[in-house]
Design a protein around this ligand. Structure first.
Ligand code: GTP
Ligand code: MG
Length: 251
């Protein structure tokens, strides 16, 4: 392939595995160990296709957000209770994409990014009660344009850190000018208590200047806090059930 053809190919989008290996060899690097600079170089070289791919992820997260908003609207009429407190969407920054591709030794090109990273687009849904989470999960997965790719239930099985949430990777179609494209979105469903815990723990974890021994102690305490917040979640759910039962008896 001539160098003109090669540079054209890069502009359209992807480096072939051979090109990647050659590029890595030239730099004396295994291609899975690239620097942030190299990643940003790849983004710049593929500026248009990269921006386009990110726009597709954005559209996919909008589709998922709308699905939850529609459910919330309908359920608020039926059950006199809005299961959703908040919906947040976020796109992974180029820097975190680079860090994760490097960590997972994913080849430096857009196709492998799309094939291996499932959390470029994220939608976080915050509910009042744990049972709302599973109810919303069912409602989402029943929709015939949604395909479940992966499910991690950190409520049933919390992480060693104490982290609790339900994580779903789903595939959703987006409809473009001339094509339909299937995009993956990470959906995190949690209660207010789970979100409160995760936000504080996240802040603490990134405080780099904590002494190692203190960090160990705090980690144990955070696990305790997580257990307490799980207990609180169940208690509040029980209170809601009792109110509902009493209302039903009176009706
Ligand atoms: P990542 O590389 O972090 O995406 O790992 P993964 O692909 O195995 O995903 P996982 O389902 O374990 O968690 C991904 C996301 O969940 C993170 O980006 C956080 O938003 C959240 N998360 C996971 N573990 C923790 C934790 O211990 N504390 C907090 N605060 N958040 C967590
Ligand atoms: Mg993830």
């Amino acid at each position: 392939m001539s160098s003109l053809q090669e540079s054209k190919k890069n502009q359209i989008g992807l480096l072939t595995p051979n090109q990647l290996i050659r590029k890595a060899q030239e730099k004396g690097l295994a291609f899975s160990h690239f620097s942030l600079g190299e990643f940003l170089g790849m983004v710049e070289e593929n500026a248009k296709p990269y921006r386009e791919l990110m726009a597709f992820y954005k559209c996919a997260s909008m589709e998922i957000e709308t699905k939850f908003r529609v459910l919330d609207e309908q359920l608020s009429l039926e059950k006199e209770h809005n299961p959703i407190e908040t919906i947040k969407t976020r796109m992974k920054s180029p820097e975190s994409i680079a860090r994760k591709m490097n960590r997972k030794k994913i080849p430096l090109n857009l196709r492998s990014l799309e094939e291996n990273l499932f959390d470029v687009a994220g939608v976080r849904v915050i509910c009042a009660f744990p049972e709302d989470i599973y109810f919303l999960e069912d409602c989402l997965l029943k929709q015939d344009d949604i395909r479940l790719v992966e499910r991690k239930d950190y409520i049933e099985n919390p992480k060693p850190s104490g982290y609790r949430s339900l994580h779903l990777i789903v595939e959703v179609p987006i409809f473009l000018k001339n094509e339909k494209r299937l995009m993956k979105v990470e959906v995190q469903l949690r209660t207010i208590a789970m979100d409160f815990w995760a936000s504080l723990e996240h802040k603490l974890r990134y405080k780099k200047d904590i002494d190692t021994r203190l960090l160990g102690e705090l980690s144990d305490e955070l696990v305790q806090c997580s257990l307490e917040s799980a207990r609180l979640d169940m208690k509040m759910q029980e209170i809601r059930q009792r109110i509902e039962e009493s209302n039903n008896r009176r009706a």
